[in-house]
Every structure is written in structure tokens, then in C-alpha cells.
Design a protein around this ligand. Sequence first.
Ligand SMILES: CSC[C@H]1O[C@H](OP(=O)(O)O)[C@H](O)[C@@H]1O
Ligand SMILES: Nc1ncnc2[nH]cnc12
Length: 311
Amino acid sequence: MANVASTYSDPIHIAVIGGTGLQSLPGFTLAASLNVDTPWGTPSSPISVLHHKSPSTGKDIPIAFLSRHGLHHEIAPHEVPARANIAALRSLGVRTIIAFSAVGSLQEEIKPRDFVVPDQVIDRTKGIRPFTFFEEGMVGHVGFADPFDEKLGAVVRKLGHSLEGDNVHLHDKGTIICMEGPQFSTRAESNMYRSWGGSVINMSVLPEAKLAKEAEIAYQMICMSTDYDCWHSSEDVTVEMVMGNMKANSENARRFVGGVLDELSKEEHTDLILAKHIEGQTKFAGGITAPAGRKEAAKKKLTWLFPGYFD
Ligand SMILES: CSC[C@H]1O[C@H](OP(=O)(O)O)[C@H](O)[C@@H]1O
Ligand SMILES: Nc1ncnc2[nH]cnc12
């Protein structure tokens, strides 16, 4: 990228992870494009640092933007380097992530193009994705009862409701089924997920949400429904259907994300975006391995992510 800075010296507290159909965030000033290397490899894409003018203070707020499937959607859901993504963002100072996802609807009332701010997740991935920073001689167990950050979720929901009107419909809660993919579900699976109380389905919320929790980052996903999967009497999901609905509603998706960023950049949310309410929890959750049993290589990687936590 010509004439764009490759370094950025100030900490960046807020990130947006874009998914299918949201590979960039137009309308912001690109201040830098960062290639970050981590002990878990390189992220899905260079991290764009975007300047967002806070409507309340007039100051430029830096936002980190990362495209989950790469710049050209070349990374399959099971190949997303989620540990590198989360580690890279935390190393830049990020403590708040708004993640965007195109999802299938498992409930009649969640219509294609509706937004859902989920509050729960059911894991249907197959254990083939690396899903923790704690392994190989450093054990850690963080709580995951509430996979999304409730304080951040409250801000996102309030903002989403303020946009509701003819074209924007928001569902305040919901359970995401996270399947492995990349093939879509069978009809029997789709019906089983409905019987479990699933609201929507995607292939991306895990392990992203688990790793954000381990990294003490407040994380909330915003879902946009693109199809009725294959349980409904309407047409079965296809990539064309997903992309078509994403494209048709991309303006609303960007308004939603932009509005959340406006809200988060208010002074009253300073502690929230720094995730002060969850700071330090991983120091204890990850301190279970007695110092004598800690393996040097694992400790070194974790120290890169959490300087001072496990020395
Ligand atoms: C192209 S349909 C399946 C694909 O779309 C969703 O992507 P994302 O969550 O990154 O928006 C879903 O999770 C699958 O990866
Ligand atoms: N039906 C579906 N299943 C899984 N992921 C999806 N993303 C969008 N629609 C989906």
C-alpha cells in the first residue's frame, strides 16, 4: 500500500473484526496498515488503523480493523488464525472487539437481513481449530458461561435499537450455533439445532470468542441474518444468497458498526473500552500451573501476550 504508515505509536483500544461481506470499513481515514507477527503466527490480514472522529469530543479515535477471512476471502472458517488475530490485537492495546458475522437464521421471526446481538453460543466445531493460549506446560481455565461481554452488549443493543425503523430490525438476544463447516448443515442437523433452541448459525464465533475471553478483551458479535439455512420451506442456503443479502444490507451493517463506534468513543465509556471490569482475571485463571511445572517455551509465549502475568 503506497504512502500508508506501517507503524502506529499510540495504543488502540477498540477493534472491529469484519466477516463475510464486510472486508473493509469505508468512510474512515486510513492512518496505518500494520503487519503484526505473534508467537501464534500472523493474523488473517494486515491490521488497518482507521481514524474515527468522535462526534462527542471531536478527537480522532484509532480503530483497528481486521478482515477475518483475509483481504480477498481466501481463508476458510476452519483456517482462520484466530489466536494470531486476537494476540495481535491485544498487543496493539485492544481491549474491546466488535465482531461482525453473516449468519443463517434458525427461527422464523429472524428474517433475512435482520440483525441479532447474541448472548449465548453452542459449540459444534470439531476440535480441529486451535482454541486456547493455555497449553504445553501452562494450564489455564477462564469462565465462559457468558461468552459475550454484557456491558459492551448493552451499548451495542441500545445503539442498534436507535437505528430500528423500516429497514432495520434487531433481535436483542439469541444463541449462535457455531458449526465446523465449510459445508453447510444437513436438514436433520438444522432441525436438531432448532430443537436445541438455536437462534442463528455460523462458522466463526468460535474459537474467536473463547480466545478474546482468555485475552481479557470485551467481545460482542453483531450478526446479520442472510438466509434460513435449510430447515425452512423457502430456498436452501447458498453462497449467492448469503452474499446477496449482505450486499443489499451492507449500508445498514456499516451504519450499525459506525454508530457503535460513535457511542464507544464517548468519554463515559473510557473504562469500558479498556475492559477495566475484566482486567486481571486471566492472571488467576492462568496461574494454576505451579511455577516448578511451567514450561519455558509456553511461558515465553504467554509473557508476550500478558507481560508480567506469569513471571
Ligand atoms: C459465506 S457463508 C459461510 C460463512 O459466512 C459466515 O462468515 P463470517 O462469520 O465470517 O461472517 C460464516 O461464519 C461462514 O464462515
Ligand atoms: N446457513 C448458514 N450456516 C452457517 N453459516 C452461515 N453463514 C451464513 N449463513 C450460514
